[in-house]
Design a protein around this ligand. Sequence first.
Ligand code: ATP
Ligand code: MG
Length: 312
Amino acid sequence: MVTTAIETVNLAKIFPGGVQALNSLDLNIRTGESVGYLGPNGAGKTTTIQIFLNLLRPSSGDVFIFSEQLKGQERKIMRRIGALIELPGFYDNLTPNQLLRHICRLYRMEQGVMNQSIKEILDLVQLTEVRDRSIGTFSTGMRRRLGIAQVLVHDPELVIFDEPTNGLDPKGIREIRDLIKTLNKDGKTVFMCSHNLPEVAEISNRVIFLKNGNVIEDRQMREFKSRLSSNIIELKFIRSLTEKEKKNLNSITNVLNVVYDHSIFIEYQGSLDTTHQILQDLLKYNFPLYYFTPRLMTLEELYLQLFGKEVI
Ligand SMILES: Nc1ncnc2c1ncn2[C@@H]1O[C@H](COP(=O)(O)OP(=O)(O)OP(=O)(O)O)[C@@H](O)[C@H]1O
Ligand SMILES: [Mg+2]
């Protein structure tokens, strides 16, 4: 049965000093979903997560986790959530085994369940072999995997990640992404902030875009994929375009939109014939073209359309 994992109603957060970080936010995340929560710096993503984890109090509005009001039931609800919100500050002289035992005791897990859970979790994050080695000797990737073990050891139904692969090498990134996908496959609800759009496209089945504390897009990834099938041509020129040339570019038949970034992207709708016609027009206007690559729009280009060149 599909139920609601996270619901916010008119959630607002105004920080002392007047910064309105969240502005009447209504979210509804269903159990089993894997949500990518995206937006430029300062959009309000971390604020949202901190409210879910009871680290910040909202200024107004309500939060429901698994249909239970967070306010007043924080302790009970936190047992159902696991969160990796920053590089955890580990006790370097402990071993993974000791650390996880410590956490299980905090959750008052019974001995037998604890032993089984620690064994499974160390296997899952591939730290079984080093379970008795001190954490001080661990690499960043190993620490991150241990962080995930820490998140999962009490078997939460909802897992929250803020930039889970930041600072990892390609192998570490692959491992963490696969792990998060496995968690979702196993039925856990995933809520993840990431600035890495290919990561979100790979992991999430729903994507929510936040800007200035408001949701500006909320789509199933498959819907995006159909929107992403609108066509893009990436162009490069041997020099910057003049204002007149930019105007001409916009006026070419079938060009819907032009986005300026490290390359120039034009969005159009149509078939191969349209692509050919656009190329012919570019040559007719004598654009100083050296690179012309038609392809499907990526999540990154869509983001660029929504947010312009704001830092992500
Ligand atoms: N403790 C605080 N006091 C005052 N303002 C704050 C505080 N924490 C966050 N803010 C402000 O709230 C807004 C939202 O910040 P938040 O950290 O939620 O953004 P974010 O989407 O996580 O950004 P980033 O991508 O940079 O992590 C920003 O304008 C930020 O400056
Ligand atoms: Mg943040």
